[in-house]
Design a protein around this ligand. Sequence first.
Ligand code: NAD
Length: 544
Amino acid sequence: MTNSVFTLPAPYNEPVKNFAPGSPERTQLKAELERQMGETVEVPVVINGTAVHTGNVHNIVCPHDHGHVLGSFHKAGDDEINAAVEAAMAAKPAWEAMDWQERAAIFLKAADLIARKYTHKLNAATMLGQSKNAFQAEIDSTCELADFLRFNVKFMEEIYSVQPASDQGIWNRTEYRPLEGFVFALSPFNFTAIAGNLCTAPAMMGNTIVWKPASTAVLSGYFIMEIFREAGLPDGVINFIPGRGSRIGNILLGHRDLAGIHFTGSTGVFQNLWQKTGENIDNYKSYPRIVGETGGKDYIFVHPSANVDQVVTAAVRGAFEYQGQKCSACSRLYLPESLWPEVEDKLKAQIESIRMGPVTGFENFVNAVIDERAFDTIDGFISRAEQAEDAEVIIGGDRDKSRGYFIRPTVILAKDPGYETMAEEIFGPVLTLYVYADEALEETLDLLDNTSTYALTGAIFARDRGIVNTLMARLTHTAGNFYINDKPTGAVVGQQPFGGSRKSGTNDKAGSQLNLMRWTSPRTIKETFVPPEDYRYPFMGSDL
Ligand code: NAD
């Protein structure tokens, strides 16, 4: 019972720890890394709060040292997949009936557990399992995840408070019901925070979830599940089913009670999910909400008036942090001929100074790519560029998967602006650049607009304000997150709501009201206090 209009605490962005030498957080994180490297974790399927061991197990390894086993996870089979839906449906009535402030309290508590009690555990798991350095893990599995939870509950409150006008004698209300059915959340490997957001955003709005994590991010995903439980999340609200995507997808997408899909991952997989949903449209009770944030071919466009040092730093950080495995990673760079010689020298100098190695070596800026499949795909792009006539590998290119999946930051110079690495998502530490004639600004903007099917992030560098305005207008539909004199990565929840258009997704802006809106089906309620008791209107009266 809530005999009060409560307001939630104001959200804030979790401060980023810097892990500088001598800092307590560095010592604590290193100790936690040691601890996790010395144990093996057995990750179960979690249905209705109960651990299920299917016996069909898969190893969890360190990408930087694939011989090192961190644990194993049990894969869900058909029985577990169906049981997860049943558990979500059974948990639904009590969950949606719970006061929304109480639901909010669970997620606010989870945010504090993540940012305080379990920060080192989550950061270490993300470092070891997904090959992030300390800083990349911190901004992901601690800060962004806590930010998603704190800001989203505030957005939920804001949505619920939007109410219609009422005329005299009438009370109009909008009730923000959850969707009817369960929500299927599918998360990618590259952000622990995204995984946590995909399952909690719909849950906050009163929905229950079947969550399939990426097979290369199961360890951090399981730790998040344990935190939700400690925060008080009732059993069955989020059910955790690692396993084979296509197998899980085939069962869930055919289910009558599928109410929504909350996906982040590659464009191809998303298109496949959408197609299957279309094929099953007659089978569903409602029209499933489909939210998908997918691939990118993110750019930096440099104007001749730009500051070269700023451009080079943005390119290095934007392209190579987390080995280019960010959907927002800069992977194509358009440079004017007049700046190219200076950019080339400075780019080479910065990239040659980059250290690459295991996540346990804090001096390393670059670590390993996620797995052998990713390594081979990226290797294919670099190998083809080495042989190509219309492209040239000018920096880096070394790669070795013998112990870990290591690829040195690589720069390709494209002579053809439509060369494959200017157009396709590589998802690795590979930056392709195209040098344009200074006087060909207009044609180059057209090229940028038309070369790739994606429109996720993009950045422009220019000193001249008139040019900034021109570029911003000309490139309106090329990016859902647009940056002026900044790198195209590093969106912060509550500050730069994230998502792209075209083939980059439905652009429902993770970490914003727009996203939460997708998980509610409002009911409008009109109540008349003194209803009429005669059907006749006054105009029907006689003039005589
Ligand atoms: P992915 O598409 O391979 O996998 C995403 C999820 O879908 C995983 O859980 C996977 O197991 C599952 N899956 C794979 N095949 C499936 C199938 N046939 N049916 C059902 N589920 C299936 O993506 P990934 O490699 O984990 O992540 C990288 C991709 O994610 C990149 O393309 C990147 O751009 C994108 N991404 C986008 C954003 C964004 O906000 N736009 C953010 C992060 C990552």
